[in-house]
Each structure stands twice: as structure tokens, then as C-alpha cells.
Design a protein around this ligand. Sequence first.
Ligand SMILES: NC(=O)c1ccc[n+]([C@@H]2O[C@H](COP(=O)([O-])OP(=O)(O)OC[C@H]3O[C@@H](n4cnc5c(N)ncnc54)[C@H](O)[C@@H]3O)[C@@H](O)[C@H]2O)c1
Length: 379
Amino acid sequence: MIVKYWQIKDSEALELGKIKVGVIGVGNCFAGLVQGIEYYRRNPGEKVIGIMHELIGGYSIFDIDFVAAFDVAENKVGKPLHEAIYQPPNCVDWLPEVPKSDVIVKEAPILDGVGTYVEKMIKPIKQTKSDEELREEILREISDSGAEMLINYLPVGSERAVRYWAEIAIDARVGMINCMPVFIASDRGWAARFEAVGAPLIGDDVKGQVGATILNRVLAKLCDDRGTHIDQMYQINIGGNTDFANMLERSRLMSKKISKTESVQSQLSRRMDEGRIYVGPSDFLPFLGNTKICYINIKARMFANRPFEIECKLSVDDKANSAGVVIDAIRCLKLAIDRGVGGVLTSPSAYLMKRPPIQYSDAEAKALMEKYIAGEIER
Ligand SMILES: NC(=O)c1ccc[n+]([C@@H]2O[C@H](COP(=O)([O-])OP(=O)(O)OC[C@H]3O[C@@H](n4cnc5c(N)ncnc54)[C@H](O)[C@@H]3O)[C@@H](O)[C@H]2O)c1
């Protein structure tokens, strides 16, 4: 019998190639990802909390190699990765330093990446290269570094910049993980273009390990499954990092609100009236740093029309919340590359992302994800 390596169990690690990853946006999420992996490298006895399996298809969290990085901030471009992740306004400080890296952060086109509120916190580089020059430089960097996938961590509202990078991934024929809410994986046109070139895609908008969205989904589904009638529901979020500063600019928020609201609506057997549901970021309090506070309130009725109310508060490190999930996304995307599968990976997207092309309940999505990892389903 031929045993494919993705059928091998967690305890039977294989010698596999490193996963070569390029990153777009060296902000707090990426700083958390790098420092989190290093934290576990320094504490080998600790169980890694917040990933689905120690090994996915034979790959551990230590097989991830960041080989290329792109940003626009003057204090990050031109710096090696291990220094760039500590530049302000980044504020992840789980470790005082990480091992030296040879990877130098390269220039990206600014386009609509830097919003009005963030401009005071990030000084963008002066762009002197022509569009064509910059594009060629980026494609060369991807090719020379051997990056086989790009993780997109651009700020909310960077519609043009995200489309630029989706084009780059397609041209370079590399995979893409879209961690934010500009719709690529959930857009049929983009999904078809990735599939046509054989590049795998996971997206859109990463779901936290225990974040506001998944908590709200579970509570809403509980009320729905138990046959109650939900009259109104809101989820408000406050935080103190650049992500929250950027989201003060309401015009940048359109797709974020759709992504978060639809993620909750998708769990209900009957859609709520748009006027009775609010799911979104609400304010920026700089002293909170990477702590995100979420309040969920559900007003509903049960048997005999009797009202009841659920009030829930979550206080969480926003960056720890996404890093483990992205580690699983990276390993799932790598499996698709190894298996020669291009286009959207619908099962990992459903489990790991808020706005996948197909929504399932979180329990169904988890079961599909396991089947995908085991190689029982293609995507
Ligand atoms: N729990 C989470 O952290 C979570 C969950 C879901 C989605 N997200 C999304 O992930 C994204 C990244 O979050 P973050 O906290 O790291 O944000 P951040 O503001 O800390 O980092 C963004 C980085 O992008 C850079 N940048 C801006 N414009 C650019 C451009 N045109 N090209 C290249 N780089 C550019 C900035 O200089 C900065 O380094 C956000 O869109 C956020 O909403 C995060």
C-alpha cells in the first residue's frame, strides 16, 4: 500500500521541505506570528496552544520560513525582518528579541494602504520607482526568495493594494492567504483566476482562535438551534492598535462590516432584519494596545414569548488570537501546493476565515478541515 505523507499521524513527523512564506504588511499580526513561533522554539517542552494539530501533513510550526517581506513604512523598509517587527507603531512585545534574519523588508506600492488616521502613526516611504520597475522588483524578490505563498496582512480598506497583490500572486503563480476583508477568495472571479494558474488560495479575513466573531456565531447559533426568537443583537469592539486606529475611518470599513455581519447571519436559520443587528469595530483607545475588548448583547424571546438577554464580554490579545489560526492556514495551503491543487480551499477557508466562499457551522467546518488534512477531500 502506498502511504501518502498527509495520511501520516501527528507523532510520525517526516523530513519535509520548509514552507517558504512571503508577507505583505509587517505589522502587529506578523510580529505576533514571528514572536509566537520563537516563543515555542525557546520552550520546547510546552504544548503549542491554538493550532489544530502539532503536525499538519507532517509540517510543524517550526517548518515555516519567512523568506520575503513587503511594507511601505519608512522605518521598516530596508530593515532586516527581526528588526522591522519591533518598529513602532508595532507593539507586540512577547519576546524582547528574535533570532537574526537575512530577509530585508522590500518596498511595496502604497496605493490605498495608509488611511487618514494611520498616517499620523506610519510614515510611508517616498516612492520614486516607476510602477513597472517596482512590479518587476517584487516579482524578482518572490522568485529569488523561493516564496511559495504570500500572506496578506494589509490594513482594512486597502482595496486597490490587495487587488495589486492578488495580481502579483497570480503572475508569480504562488499561493495566497488573505487575512483581511477585501474579498478575493470569496469572489468568484478572483477564485477562478487563481484556479486557472494552479495557485491555491485561503480567505477571506482571519477568524480568531476565540475571537469576537466566533463567539458571536456560537451564541447566535445556540439561540437559533434552541428555537428562540432573536429580536436584536450587537457586537461592538474596541482596541488600541493601528488596526483599530485605521478602522476609525468609516469609509474603509464597508467590507469589514459585511465580513463580520454575514459571518454571524450565516449561522441563523432566518436572517435578521438589517436594522436589528450591528456587528463591527466601534472605537480606538490607544492605551489598550493589542488588547481587544468585545461586548456582545443578544435580546431574544423563548417559550410563552418571555424575553431573555445575553450579555457577554471578551477581553483578548488580538494578535495571539490570529497567529495560531494563520499557522494552520499556512500548513493547509502548503498541502495544496504539494498535492497540486489550485484555487480556493473551501474547507480550510470555512474553518479559518470569517468570509469564506462557503459558510458552514464551525463544527461542520472543523470536520471538513480534518477531511481535507487527511486527503479525503480535495479542497
Ligand atoms: N485578530 C487579528 O489580529 C485580525 C483578525 C482579522 C483580520 N485582521 C486583519 O489583518 C490585517 C493586519 O492587521 P495588523 O494588526 O497587523 O495591522 P497593522 O496596522 O499593525 O499592520 C499593517 C502593516 O501594513 C503596512 N502597510 C500599509 N500599507 C501598505 C501597503 N500598501 N503595502 C504594504 N504594506 C503596507 C503597514 O505599514 C503595517 O506595517 C488588518 O487588515 C486586520 O484587520 C486581523
